[in-house]
Ligand binder design. Structure first.
Ligand SMILES: Cc1ncc(COP(=O)(O)O)c(C=O)c1O
Length: 421
């Protein structure tokens, strides 16, 4: 049999290409910490009717998405979707979708966008392409665990930039400055923030950009909760990518659009970096699903209507939540989200958060995620994106649970703190 590599074939060229040899693959040797929140969510989400821990907005159906079109046009689009031949799609995402995403950033071209399988794949590719074992990384904490566990698994030294309960979970930029060193290769931020609802302002982002530039580090800005402004609240800062230079924005349709089932996320960053992430993705998921890509294009077309839908849900749930916290102020409190959909609910019972979350799920059918999954005790994560009736019933059942625990003698407790991380 002929050896294909002995010929001047595209395969040979690809193997000799410097860009490919520079795209190092580290994941075969990766040993990774258990993704605590995902393990807990998967244990309960199929059995628990009142999920008020969810991080996204109540999902849309395909019918609802099509209904944004005038009825004749929606019929035509449906026919086109039914006739869509389900071959492999364009690997980096269709030009149409990448153009729609690029248009949401300043001075960004379609080749500076890679469509990924959710923001989770975007982050994973970026960590793999940007980081080497031994690199110094600063990552926000508490956080979506991927943001610090993957750098750790690569063998990086990860310094945690902590948001603390005692300061109402505010970002402390002075602390970030103390953590960044001349060896720092990457600063990982997330705004609006999961799980606290904290936000970085436009000036904060510029300060972080100057800090990163001063040591030659990159910034990965996970903006999974972009567009999720709180009605009547502070405006969201423009995405990090708008500052150009070393900054990278990660986005997704999962949270703001209520379309997590499409598994459409993206990287917006410098074209050379995007190309390297694409080359790495050849080994992971290859391309977005073709139908998902087409529905994502439709979602972008109706972004304003989708944002209106989202704000109506958030407005109702916030009203319900404010009344609930006021009614139970002796045992629960929170810092309401300044942006995004998430907050940490503090409770005063002397009970570990995992025990309380399991008890709520098993006996009351309610999901509120344990703070311990974020390394922070005496808190549960609450999401304000759920369908409003379900959200209200989830809180009513939580009231019943807290009352039953108090009646059965569960004592109140002392102050919270971070678990070792
Ligand atoms: C901060 C953050 N980043 C990324 C993700 C992953 O989102 P997806 O892969 O659904 O786009 C999540 C999901 O909860 C998240 O909270």
């Amino acid at each position: 049999m002929q050896d294909p590599l002995r010929e001047a074939s595209p395969l040979r060229k690809a193997l000799e290409s410097p860009s490919l040899t520079r795209t190092r693959c580290i994941f075969p040797s990766m040993k990774i910490e258990t993704f605590a929140l995902e393990r807990w969510m998967t244990a309960w989400e199929m059995k628990t009717p009142f999920d008020i821990a969810e991080s996204g907005i109540f999902p849309m159906s395909v019918r609802e998405l099509l209904a944004f079109e005038p009825s004749e046009e929606s019929g035509r689009i449906l026919e086109r979707l039914l006739d869509l031949r389900l071959g492999y799609s364009e690997a980096p995402g269709t030009l149409e979708l990448r153009s729609a995403i690029a248009a949401t950033y300043r001075d960004t071209k379609p080749e500076e966008v890679l469509v990924t399988t959710g923001a989770i794949e975007a982050n994973f590719l970026l960590f793999n392409v940007l980081l080497e074992p031994g690199d110094h990384v600063v990552a926000v904490y508490p956080a979506y665990q991927q943001l610090y566990s993957v750098p750790r698994a690569i063998g990086c030294a990860v310094a945690l930039w902590k948001l603390r309960p005692e300061t109402g979970f505010r970002f402390d930029l002075d602390e970030l400055e103390r953590l960044v060193t001349p060896r720092t290769r990457l600063i990982v931020i997330n705004t609006p923030h999961n799980p606290t609802g904290a936000m970085l302002s436009a000036e904060d982002l510029r300060r972080i950009d100057r800090l990163a530039c001063s040591v030659g580090a990159r910034i990965l800005s996970d903006e999974a909760y972009r567009w999720l402004e709180i009605p009547g609240g502070e405006p969201l800062a423009p995405p990090m990518r708008n500052l150009g230079g070393v900054s990278i924005s990660v986005g997704t349709l999962s949270k703001p659009f209520g379309l997590p089932g499409l598994r459409i996320g993206w990287i917006a960053g410098p074209a050379d970096l995007v190309a390297k992430c694409w080359a790495t993705r050849d080994y992971v998921s290859l391309s977005p699903g073709k139908l998902n890509d087409a529905l994502a294009v439709l979602a972008f077309k109706h972004r304003d209507r989708i944002v209106e839908r989202m704000q109506a849900i958030v407005r109702r749930n916030l009203e319900t939540a404010h009344a609930w916290f006021a009614e139970h102020a002796d045992v629960v409190s929170w810092t309401p989200p300044r942006g995004g959909l998430l907050a940490l609910l503090r409770y005063e019972l002397d009970m570990p958060s995992l025990d309380l979350a399991n008890h709520l799920a098993e006996k009351y059918g309610v999901m509120l995620a344990p703070g311990s999954a974020f390394g922070i005790e005496n808190h549960l994560r609450i999401g304000i994106g759920q369908e409003p009736e379900t959200f209200a019933e989830g809180l009513r059942r939580t009231s019943a649970c807290l009352a039953d625990l108090r009646a059965s003698g569960t004592p109140l407790r002392a102050s919270p703190g971070f678990l070792s991380s």
